[in-house]
Design a protein around this ligand. Structure first.
Ligand SMILES: Cc1ncc(COP(=O)(O)O)c(C=O)c1O
Ligand SMILES: [Zn+2]
Length: 404
C-alpha cells in the first residue's frame, strides 16, 4: 500500500497533508482527492493477478496505507444481460449491507480507525447510513446517523441492529446534513458526509478498477450510474485517470451516463440548461430513495465529467423505473434496487433514441439489492400481503386447494 503524498483540492488544487484527519479544502471548501506518487508507483504497482484477494482491497497498491476494516466489500460480479448483447450489470447487491456504499465506508472507516477517531457522523439517504453503521461496529467506533424519517425500513433497521445512534429527521438528506454540521463540533463527531472527507471516493473508485479489470483491462463504451451525490461516478473517473498514468489501461474512456429520478433531478436539469452547477430541487419525491439528493455537493464535478466523457444525464419518472424493475426481475432474474432500475430504464431510452447502439459495450451499475426496498417497492406496486385465509393450502398429497 502506498503512502499518501498529499490531499488535493478538486477546485483550487491546494495541497493539504493527510497526516491528520481532513474534511474539505480549508481555502475553498472543495472536495479533497487523495494523491499518491504515481510516477514511483508505476514501477512497483502490479495489476492484481488471479491470487489477489476477492475484495476491493485487491487494489491495495492504489489505496491508502492502512489496516483495512473489511467485511468482504467489492469484487462484485459483472453479469451479462440475457437479452441485450452489449449490456453488463455490475451487481453491487452482493456487497455487505447490500449496496455499493460498503466500498466507500470500508475506506473511510479504515482511515478513521487509523487516525484514532472515536465518533463518526453522517447524513444519509439510507444505504450510506447502513454501511457506516456496519463498518463502525466492526471497527469499534461510534456511528451517529441521520436519515429522513421515510427512509426504507431496512436502512432504519440496519442502523438499530448494528448499534448505531439513529436519528430519523422530518426532512430531507440536506436537513440531515445541516444537523450534522451544526452539532459536530460540540458532540466531537467527525463528519463522513459524501464528498466532505477524502476517503469515500477512494473506496468507490474501486468500481472503476474492477470494471476495467473484469473487461480484460479495457474500457467499455459507456457506464450508467444512478446519481444522487455522484460519489461513485467521481471515484470511477479518478480510477480511470490513475490507471492510465500507471499504464494499466488505454484508449477512449467510457461515456459516463448519470441517471436520476424525475422526482429529484437537479443534475439532469442543470445538464439540460447547459449550467455548470445545479440548483436545489424543490419538493423531491421518488421511491428511488438513494437519488433523493436535492443539491449534490459535487454537482460541478459530475457535470464536468459527463461533458468530458461525451456522456449524458437523463431522468426517469417512477412509473418507468418500476416498469423496468419488474421487467428485469421477470426476464433476467435480477431484483434491482429502484436506483439500478433507473439506469436500466435509461438504457432502454438511449437505445431507442440511438444515443447508444445495441452492440455497444455498456456497464450498468445496480447499486444495491431490491430486497432493501421491500416496503417502497410494495407501495409503488400497490401490493398488500393477502390475509392469511387467502393463502392456497396444500392437501396431504401435494395438490393445492384454492380458498373460496
Ligand atoms: C442504492 C443507491 N444507488 C445510488 C445512490 C447514489 O449514490 P451516489 O451518492 O454515489 O450518487 C445511493 C445513495 O444513497 C444508493 O443508496
Ligand atoms: Zn480549494
Amino acid at each position: 500500500m502506498p503512502a499518501i503524498s498529499y490531499l488535493e483540492c478538486s477546485r483550487c488544487r491546494q495541497h493539504v497533508s493527510a497526516d491528520t484527519p481532513q474534511t474539505v479544502c480549508p481555502a475553498c471548501a472543495g472536495t479533497l482527492y487523495v494523491r499518491y506518487d504515481l510516477e514511483s508507483l508505476k514501477k512497483i504497482a502490479q495489476r492484481p493477478g488471479p491470487d489477489a484477494v476477492p475484495s476491493m482491497w485487491r487494489y491495495a497498491d492504489l489505496l491508502p496505507e492502512v489496516v483495512p476494516v473489511t467485511l468482504g466489500e467489492g469484487w462484485t460480479p459483472l453479469l451479462p444481460s440475457r437479452r441485450h448483447p452489449g449490456l453488463l450489470i455490475k451487481e453491487e447487491a452482493n456487497n455487505p449491507t447490500g449496496s455499493f456504499k460498503a466500498r466507500g465506508m470500508s475506506a473511510a472507516v479504515s482511515m478513521a480507525r487509523h487516525y484514532g477517531l472515536k465518533k463518526l457522523a453522517a447524513p444519509s439517504a439510507g444505504n450510506a447510513a447502513s454501511a457506516l453503521a456496519a463498518y463502525a461496529a466492526a471497527a469499534g467506533i461510534e456511528a451517529h446517523i441521520f436519515m429522513p424519517r421515510d427512509v426504507p425500513m431496512a436502512n432504519y433497521l440496519e442502523g438499530e441492529v448494528y448499534g448505531a445512534h439513529v436519528t430519523l429527521v422530518d426532512g430531507l438528506i440536506s436537513d440531515c446534513g445541516r444537523i450534522v454540521a451544526e452539532r459536530k463540533a460540540s458532540e466531537g463527531w467527525f463528519d463522513v458526509s459524501s464528498l466532505k472527507e477524502p476517503f469515500r471516493v477512494e473506496g468507490k473508485k474501486t468500481m472503476g478498477y474492477e470494471l476495467v479489470e473484469q473487461l480484460g483491462w479495457t474500457y467499455p463504451d459507456a457506464v450508467f450510474y444512478p446519481t444522487g451525490g455522484g460519489v461513485g461516478l467521481i471515484g470511477m473517473w479518478k480510477a480511470f485517470e490513475e490507471m492510465e498514468e500507471l499504464g494499466w489501461v488505454s484508449g477512449r474512456r467510457p461515456k459516463m451516463i448519470a441517471v436520476q429520478a424525475s422526482g429529484c433531478a437537479p443534475v439532469s436539469r442543470a445538464w439540460k440548461e447547459g449550467a455548470t452547477a445545479s440548483k436545489t430541487f424543490e419538493n423531491p419525491a421518488t421511491f428511488a430513495a438513494g437519488l433523493r439528493v436535492p443539491k449534490p455537493y459535487g454537482d460541478t464535478i459530475i457535470l464536468d465529467i459527463v461533458r468530458e466523457s461525451g456522456g449524458t444525464v437523463l431522468d426517469l419518472p417512477d412509473e418507468e423505473i418500476l416498469a423496468s424493475l419488474l421487467d428485469w426481475a421477470r426476464h433476467e432474474g435480477l431484483f434491482l434496487c429502484p436506483e439500478g432500475a433507473t439506469a436500466t430504464a435509461a438504457y432502454d431510452r438511449l437505445i431507442q433514441s440511438g444515443f447508444l447502439k445495441p452492440e455497444d459495450k455498456v456497464v450498468l451499475f445496480n447499486t444495491g439489492s431490491g430486497l432493501k426496498y421491500i416496503d417502497a417497492i410494495a407501495d409503488a406496486m400497490h401490493l398488500r400481503r393477502p390475509a392469511t385465509k387467502q393463502y392456497p393450502r396444500r392437501t396431504p398429497v401435494g395438490g393445492i386447494i384454492t380458498p373460496q
